[in-house]
Design a protein around this ligand. Structure first.
Ligand SMILES: [Zn+2]
Length: 169
C-alpha cells in the first residue's frame, strides 16, 4: 500500500469514528458533561419583587428548573397563592395554622422531614385527614449536592416509605 492510500484510509477512519461517537453521544450511549446532572452547589434564595409581582428565582435556578420540568412558580396570569410550609421541626405554630386553614377552607402543603414525622405524628395525621398535601422534605434535610446518587435516593425514599407505612389505610 502506498503512503497516499494509508493516509486516505486513516482520514476516512477518523471521520467514521467521529460520526459514530457523535451518534453515541446523541443517543445517550456516551454521557457528556451536558447530560449528566451537575452537583455544583447553587444557593436557593428567592428575591422578593416589588409591585406584587412574582419573586425572582435567579438565572441559574430558573435554567435548571426549565431544563428538568421543575415548577417553582405558578402561572402569573392567574391570581392564585400556594401556601407551603417548611416543617424541618415544629416551632409551635402548626396546630394554629391547621385550625385557621380549616376555618377558612384553605388547603396547604407541608414539607416534612423524618424528625418532624417522628416527633409530631399527630399533626401529620391531621394534615392528611384534613386533605392537605404532605410534601417530602427528605429524611434528614441534608445538602443534596454533597451526597451520592444512592444517598439522595435514600433521603427521599426512606421518608416516603415511613409516611406510607405509618398512615396507609
Ligand atoms: Zn427546609
Amino acid at each position: 500500500m502506498s503512503k497516499k492510500t494509508i493516509k486516505i484510509i486513516s482520514i476516512f477512519l477518523i471521520i467514521f469514528l467521529i460520526i459514530i461517537l457523535s451518534i453515541m453521544v446523541e443517543n445517550g450511549t456516551i454521557q457528556t458533561s451536558s447530560n449528566v446532572v451537575s452537583d455544583k452547589k447553587i444557593e436557593w434564595g428567592i428575591k422578593r419583587n416589588k409591585n406584587h409581582e412574582q419573586p425572582d428565582l435567579g438565572k441559574e435556578n430558573r435554567k435548571i428548573l426549565e431544563e428538568n420540568n421543575g415548577i417553582a412558580l405558578g402561572n402569573n396570569e392567574e391570581k392564585t397563592i400556594y401556601l407551603t410550609f417548611d416543617e424541618g421541626y415544629e416551632a409551635g405554630y402548626t396546630s394554629k395554622i391547621l385550625e385557621i386553614l380549616k376555618e377558612n377552607d384553605v388547603k396547604a402543603t407541608f414539607f416534612i422531614t423524618a424528625h418532624y414525622l417522628n416527633t409530631n405524628e399527630e399533626l401529620v395525621k391531621q394534615m392528611i385527614e384534613e386533605n392537605h398535601i404532605v410534601g417530602n422534605h427528605t429524611k434528614n434535610h441534608k445538602s443534596m449536592p454533597e451526597l451520592t446518587q444512592e444517598e439522595i435516593r435514600k433521603e427521599v425514599m426512606d421518608l416516603h416509605t415511613a409516611v406510607f407505612e405509618k398512615f396507609r389505610i
